[in-house]
Design a protein around this ligand. Structure first.
Ligand SMILES: [Zn+2]
Length: 300
């Protein structure tokens, strides 16, 4: 299968985030006075996640032995077998694991598991410190994008899996690094997905496939919401997740705000009301600033 994802794309992007901060030297804190010398880099936390006595934000803290490791669990149902085959054929999991290992400081090994879950979903487990991508989730996406009439439903399903993985990565970094993220965590995790995928390369360009991943994720939420008949009840309003249709508008807004050239006329396509579209560039800029600040101490 020729579905490609440039391994290391996010790695390169995150490294660029760090090198972009090259002038902001460490908060040279004087132990006696507690005052900082020079211009301090933003340090959202003073955590010591790897427990080595050096604050995580200190650039000399290089003692992070963890890797993300790939595990395929058994698949027995037809949907799970289909999903597992797709993950193996596209090499989805090793590419994602390599990307995270190359870009983020990990205090210990984090399993990335392909699993039969008996539901189309993905999970970060704060108790077990592991991530699970369900075989049924990609099988469900393949069916959904086929039903939508996509020319290449496999590419769309691959994109949706990318966006979903980086959403779980959002939960992972909030948990691992005890990030002071505010608002509902599910919304913050959607922001993280957009932030991690929507990074400029050295030429200041966004990767079109990553932009498409966010757009396909938005379309996926849109299709899920129309499947529910457009009705929103109290259970959905009270849920930890925003309603699917709101998540669609958010994802499309952030992709459009980052890269209006590659997202097309989202208003004409019915993917975003004009009044929201006008605000998206500013929304994306603030999202990018917030997540850059939060993650900089943990980027390799
Ligand atoms: Zn979530």
């Amino acid at each position: 299968m020729e579905i490609g994802f440039r391994t290391g794309m996010v790695v390169a992007a995150l490294v660029a985030v760090v090198s972009g901060c090259g002038e902001q030297h460490p908060a040279a804190t004087s132990p006696a006075s507690g005052k900082t010398a020079g211009v301090a880099a933003p340090t959202p936390t003073q955590t010591d996640v790897n427990r080595n006595g050096v604050p995580d934000a200190d650039p000399s803290d290089e003692d992070w032995p963890g890797k993300m490791t790939v595990v395929y669990e058994d698949a027995t149902t037809p949907d799970a077998v289909r999903g597992r085959r797709f993950m193996e054929d596209t090499k989805l999991l090793p590419q994602l694991a390599e990307d995270i290992t190359g870009s983020l400081k990990l205090p210990y090994d984090i399993p990335l598991k392909g699993s039969q879950c008996d539901e189309p979903n993905d999970f970060w487990s704060p108790a077990d410190k592991e991530m699970t991508l369900c075989y049924e989730d990609v099988a469900n996406s393949l069916d959904l994008f086929t039903k939508l009439g996509d020319e290449d439903p496999e590419a769309s399903a691959f994109h949706e899996a990318l966006a979903s993985f980086y959403h779980e990565t959002g939960h992972m970094v909030i948990d691992l690094y005890e990030l002071p993220a505010t608002g509902r965590e599910e919304d913050a995790a959607d922001q993280a997905s957009a932030y991690l995928l929507l990074q400029r390369d050295d030429d200041g360009r966004f990767d079109p496939e990553s932009v498409q991943a966010i757009m396909d994720s938005g379309r996926w939420f849109g299709a899920m919401s129309s499947g529910a008949g457009g009705e929103i009840d109290d259970d959905q309003l009270a849920d930890v997740h925003s309603p699917d249709r709101a998540r669609m508008f958010n994802m499309v807004c952030w992709a459009y705000g980052a890269d209006p050239d590659d997202t097309g006329d989202v208003v004409a396509a019915g993917l975003l009301p004009a009044a929201r579209a006008d605000l998206c560039e500013d929304e994306y800029r603030k999202l990018d600033r917030a997540w850059s600040t939060l993650l900089t101490p943990y980027v390799k």
